[in-house]
Design a protein around this ligand. Structure first.
Ligand code: B12
Length: 207
């Protein structure tokens, strides 16, 4: 049994097997981050590469996402802690025009596990909705996810109108095509390449 088997099961689009293998790894005491990095997330990277190369297509990409999500669901309870003493509120969502939510969900789960209150707006979220919700919830952080180069401008727009609204809220950005340089360019308060890094970042920004 190894995380390689989780990876293989995702690439075989075998949900039953992914669940069984994630459970087995958890039972064997394998570190959650190892299960994510070496099994679940690594498989999605290769799916993307195969899609780019024309070796697999949208239905397979969708199926792999469903299978990945089934694996993530098993990990979620282990990441979630007591919410009675919230460390702060994070409004999170995938920006307008973008349907990708696996990375966003993973970030939300880890932040929740670290003690933050999460208001998850889902996918394809209008800029104004982020700002309105942040004001209503007195949020500390707005976290924007984008997986498409074509939806990155929606991050810039959201940050622009957030700043214009003069709220005491920080903005952070992430997603596969996003970089530190882009975050700097659009004047986001922070960027992270992955979920554990986002927890560290939000703690720094809120603390
Ligand atoms: C699964 C998938 C899909 C699924 C999404 C299902 C779902 N519910 O999410 C479906 C099939 C729907 C899909 C559709 C499309 N997809 Co797609 N998809 C992917 C794929 C294979 C995996 C994405 C994923 O889940 N990765 C795993 C997660 C864990 O990683 P992640 O999202 O990067 O998140 C991590 C970090 O980025 C970061 N992070 C994420 N969000 C945030 C937010 C903050 C605030 C912070 C700090 C950090 C952070 O932390 C996360 C955890 O560590 C990628 C390939 C890839 N390698 O990215 C292509 C990819 C993103 N898709 C691509 C494309 C082209 C499309 C389509 C346009 C295809 C089409 N012709 O229709 C459509 C667009 C639909 C739309 N309007 O959104 C391209 C994008 C190319 C580009 N440069 O823009 C990619 C890169 C594939 C490729 N190599 O060509 N896709």
């Amino acid at each position: 049994m190894s995380t390689q088997e989780i990876y293989n099961a995702i690439l075989a689009f075998d949900e039953v097997s992914v669940k069984a293998k994630v459970r087995a790894e958890l039972g064997a005491g394998t570190d959650i981050q190892t299960i994510l990095d070496d099994g679940l997330v690594r498989a999605m990277d290769i799916v993307g590469e195969r899609f780019s190369a024309g070796d697999l297509f949208i239905p397979e990409m969708l199926k792999s996402a469903q299978v990945m999500k089934a694996g993530l669901e098993l990990i979620k309870p282990l990441l979630t802690t007591d919410q009675s003493r919230s460390k702060g509120t994070v409004v999170i969502g995938t920006v307008k025009g973008d349907q990708h939510d696996i990375g966003k969900n993973l970030v939300a789960m880890m932040l929740e596990g670290a003690g933050f209150k999460i208001v998850d707006l889902g996918v394809d979220v209008e800029s104004e909705v982020f700002v309105k919700t942040a004001a209503e919830q007195k949020a500390d952080v707005i976290a924007l996810s984008s997986l498409l180069t074509t939806t990155m401008p929606a991050m810039e727009q959201t940050i622009r109108i957030t700043k214009a609204a003069n709220l005491a809220v920080k903005t952070i950005v992430g997603g596969a095509p996003v970089s530190q340089a882009f975050a700097h360019q659009i004047e986001a308060d922070g960027y992270s390449a992955d979920a554990p890094g986002t927890v560290k970042l939000v703690k720094e920004l809120v603390g």
